[in-house]
Design a protein around this ligand. Structure first.
Ligand code: GAR
Length: 219
C-alpha cells in the first residue's frame, strides 16, 4: 500500500499533531507524516514528532522580510519531501494567497468552532459570550480567507451553563482529536470530493438525529 505523504505545520502544543502521529502509527492507516514544520523554535509539538521519529524543521517567520518569502521557504521544504497533503494543526500564521493557491484542495486546517461561525482567535471566549448552545470543531480545505473553505467534517459539542473557556476548550479539543485523523484517512482513501464550496465524503453516512441542548424534557 502506498501511503499518502503529509506535512504537518504547527506553532505550539501539537495535540492534534499527536493524534495524527498516533493514527499514522496504526497498521493499515493510509497516510504517513513526512515532515513536521514549526514556525516557533521550541514548540512542544516538535518533541512529539521527534519522539515518533518523524523529521522536523523550524522555519521561523522572523527570519524572513516578507510573508511571501517565508511561505516560499515552507513550500520548498514541503515539496522536497514529496508530501501531497498539508495539514495545519494549530499553525498560527496567516498564509499568502500564492501559498494557498499552490496547495489548492491539498491543504486542510482544523479550527475549534463550527465554521463559518467564530473564525479567528479566542474562539471559546466568544462562543461563551454569544450564548450559543453548541459549538464544535471543523476540518476544512484551506482558502485564502482565514478559517474558511470547503468543510470536510464537523463535530457539534454542547456548551454547558457552567463552562469556562478552559472546560469548553477541553471538550472541543477532544472532538478535534476524533475528527482530524478521520478527515486525513478519508482524503488518503480517495473518498473526499470537492465540488465548489461543498465536499462529499463518498460512502459516509450522515448523522440522522438532531442534538438538542439543553435537552427537551419528556413530561
Ligand atoms: C487547536 O484547538 C486548533 O483547532 C486551533 O489551535 C489549537 C492547536 O492545538 N487552531 C486554530 O485556532 C486555527 N485557527 P494543538 O497545538 O494542541 O493541536
Amino acid at each position: 500500500m502506498t501511503r499518502l505523504a503529509i506535512a504537518v505545520l504547527i506553532s505550539g502544543r501539537g495535540s492534534n499533531l499527536q493524534t495524527l502521529l498516533d493514527a499514522c502509527a496504526t497498521p493499515g492507516f493510509p497516510a504517513r507524516i513526512a515532515l513536521v514544520i514549526s514556525n516557533i523554535a521550541g514548540a512542544a509539538g516538535l518533541e512529539r514528532a521527534e519522539r515518533a521519529g518523524i523529521p522536523i524543521a523550524v522555519v521561523s517567520h522572523k527570519a524572513f522580510t516578507s510573508r511571501e518569502a517565508f511561505d516560499a521557504e515552507l513550500k520548498r521544504r514541503i515539496d522536497a519531501t514529496g508530501a501531497q497533503l498539508v495539514c495545519l494543526a494549530g499553525f498560527m500564521r496567516l498564509l499568502s494567497t500564492g501559498f494557498v493557491t499552490a496547495f489548492h484542495n491539498r491543504m486542510i486546517n482544523i479550527h475549534p468552532s463550527l465554521l463559518p461561525a467564530f473564525p479567528g482567535l479566542h474562539t471559546h471566549e466568544r462562543v461563551l459570550a454569544a450564548g450559543v448552545r453548541f459549538t464544535g470543531c471543523t476540518v476544512h480545505f484551506v482558502r485564502a480567507e482565514t478559517d474558511a473553505g470547503p468543510i470536510i467534517v464537523q463535530a457539534a459539542v454542547p456548551v454547558l451553563a457552567a463552562d469556562t473557556p478552559e472546560t469548553l476548550g477541553a471538550r472541543v479539543l477532544a472532538s478535534e482529536h476524533a475528527c482530524y485523523p478521520q478527515a486525513v484517512r478519508w482524503i488518503a482513501e480517495g473518498r473526499v470530493v470537492v465540488d465548489g464550496d461543498r465536499v462529499t465524503v463518498r460512502g459516509a453516512i450522515g448523522a440522522a438525529q438532531a442534538l438538542v441542548n439543553p435537552p427537551v424534557e419528556t413530561t
